[in-house]
Design a binder for this molecule. Sequence first.
Ligand code: HEM
Ligand code: NAG
Ligand code: NAG
Ligand code: NAG
Length: 338
Amino acid sequence: MAIVTHSSVIFCVMICLIGIVSASNVIPSATTLVSSLIPTPNYSELSSTFYGTRCPRALYIIRREIIAAVSRDRRLGASLLRLHFHDCFVQGCDASVLLKDTPTFQGEQNARPNANSLRGFEFIDSLKAKIEAVCPNVVSCADILAVAARDSVATLGGPIWGVRLGRRDSTTANFNAANSDLPSPFLNLSGLIAAFKKKGFSADEMVALSGAHTIGKAKCAVFKNRIYNESNINPYYRRSLQNTCPRNGGDNNLANLDSTTPAFFDSAYYRNLLFKRGLLHSDQELYNGGSTDYKVLAYARNPYLFRFDFAKAMIKMGNLSPLTGNQGQIRKYCSRVN
Ligand code: HEM
Ligand SMILES: *[C@@H]1O[C@H](CO)[C@@H](O)[C@H](O)[C@H]1NC(C)=O
Ligand SMILES: *[C@@H]1O[C@H](CO)[C@@H](O)[C@H](O)[C@H]1NC(C)=O
Ligand SMILES: *[C@@H]1O[C@H](CO)[C@@H](O)[C@H](O)[C@H]1NC(C)=O
């Protein structure tokens, strides 16, 4: 397993965690054994060696390009992680989020949670072109998103996990589901729990996945109400955010979701919450006297527990209703159907 990285520390941490977290890949195979008794979930048709003979260089190319691009622009890693999330929560991990609107086709990119917000499309297009040059019509955009998210997190110092492959790309998208199924930053704790439950995740898994907000940025428009109207926020933090985000205007100004170590995938996100330094209303809801406080405390105290649980929940998210077999297609260009 050749992992190229500029930092030997990250290198070691990545290797050490491969063994641990890929153990959870055992669960789908166990499911296969009893497939005569219960319906087989679609993700059991995915396989960690899917491109082993079909396109042996695919995973190497993705890793090489991610390490180069994310080392140059660390926020890109955050944007790619979010793309995978917004893909999987809307009709499964099928690259539906990458389809652009046309006069006859409504995609998901102009839905409320995505519009003027999702990033990384050009990078995915150029990565896809590099892979097409080596193995035409073989590697799906949905798989590229899943691997790009994994390699981005690893490059930023986070955990690494085994991604099962063989997802195919949709020929459809769902604008209404993007509006209804992607969680809003204005939700309260019960709303957040319900939004993740709808996709099969527990409240604990929701808390682990929210740790993704240890990297990346948010626009003033989504935290303005919090910094002018809410009281469960650290006063110094509030003051500094008000400099970035005026009461009137400045809606596109950016702030780091993790105000302490924005360029590293660590567990500072949870420590921030203990000090009322959550940027989004939804972030602080996880530690606001409710049922998930204990989990935030646990992740703040034990970064390794967070790394492990995050990796496990990402594997589960990446397995949300993939298209397999002869469903869907392998897109030539990720932004449009063939
Ligand atoms: C718990 C419910 C969640 C809510 C309400 C939420 C909401 C948001 C919002 C409003 C932004 C800022 C967008 C902008 O201002 O343009 C954001 C950014 C981000 N979200 Fe979430 N999110 C949630 C969960 C997740 C999950 C599960 C992941 C990934 C596993 C994730 C990954 C990210 C990343 C990495 C960014 C920064 C993107 C960038 O800098 O381009 N979020 N999120
Ligand atoms: C959470 O929000 C929902 C919908 O906005 C509301 O009905 C519910 O009462 C809220 N729950 C709490 C505990 O505030
Ligand atoms: C604060 O809350 C009030 C009342 O709900 C609302 O009208 C106002 O727009 C909010 N302020 C900001 C900056 O969001
Ligand atoms: C499997 O795929 C089919 C067809 O896309 C879909 O209707 C179904 O919900 C999926 N099943 C699971 C468990 O995701």
